[in-house]
Design a protein around this ligand. Sequence first.
Ligand SMILES: Cc1ncc(COP(=O)(O)O)c(C=O)c1O
Length: 412
Amino acid sequence: MIYRRSRSFANSLDKKDGLSKYRDQFNYPKDNNGKDLIYFCGNSLGLQPKTASGYLSKELSVWAEKGVQGQEDRWVAFHERLAGSTAKLVGASNEEVVVMNALTVNIHLLLVSFYQPNERKYKVMIEKDAFPSDHYAIQSQIQFHGYDPKLSLIELAPRKDEKVLRHEDIISAIEEYGEELALIYIGGVNYYTGQAFDLESITKAGRDKKAVVGFNLAHSVGNLPLRLHDWDIDFSAWCTYKYLCAGPGSPSGVFIHERHHNWDGPRFLGWWGHNKNSRFDMPSTFDPILTSEGWQISNAPVMGMAPLLASMNIYDEVGMRAIRNKGKELASYMEYLLKECITAVNIITPEARGCQLSLVVPGGKDVFDHITDQGVICDWRNPDVIRVAPHPLFNTFAEVFDFVNILKKAIV
Ligand SMILES: Cc1ncc(COP(=O)(O)O)c(C=O)c1O
């Protein structure tokens, strides 16, 4: 598309936008004068669907009216209501996904099963700039098995003077370290740079070397279309409070490829992973559910899942194709305007991306503080990046235009 740098052109994009009506389905934060802020933080905490409170109050009412009877009638299978839409979103079967716990907790539970080092194959490949919680989880798992993280981590770093990884460097590192590689564990989209990785070919390269391949999809789910089953990925986990708009601390999603479902390897057990037909007979011998649900430990956090049900209904209705198309356009239009209007901005996010752009600007944190005062909600990540992520379901092209103007004034 040929873009123009005018507010009227941005308005015309909004007029043509088939998703524009969804903005009204979210509670939009306002400044002290009641004016909408420019909320570009969908990669951190998505906005609240207006339907969320109804979903939550429904469960509160059932609890108030029925007490424990709500459990039997309703909550015992509550997480199952999320399976269909979650599976659709990540390209999996209903049996391959489950929503449970929080993200880093799930990463640990998955690593207990899928990181099984031995003296020959014990190394883990991770991005050097992965989210800290991923580093901590991986390092502690390596130590848990009696290995030294310093000798066991293969950290993928950009080349000198470059900001993002080259795909060919990832593949050649897998080739180089393949014999010692037990696990590849990287983010689908890097939280800092916004770079999206080619999950399918990384998985193929890793599996050819007999490494297990898992991804943290915190910044991918709800942002990019995914086909986790077809891409043959072993496992992944993600949070639902970012693009999926399920609220702070909402439960995490997990994918485990069906080839692992008849699992007899290591796994931490709890009663919610036990065969549903005999769970309430209270047996002391574990009989696993032969799906991803077998990795569940505790009963479902219903109050956290209720808002997720609300937002998944919106995702179901809109579909990932339309969401991705709009996300791509929002990011492209922002890139165009930044390049046209502010030459001093360095966009470090490559073309392989979702809807986040990571910007390095002269004035750094001072500029970030200034645009925050001007009503732009995005975030600053040390050492030098402003992350900006317009969300396809509630942001407009006009906001992108206004943001670039605010940023321009803050830099000059
Ligand atoms: C890539 C990534 N991994 C892990 C986490 C940690 O998530 P949680 O606090 O839900 O465990 C986050 C949170 O933002 C994240 O972005």
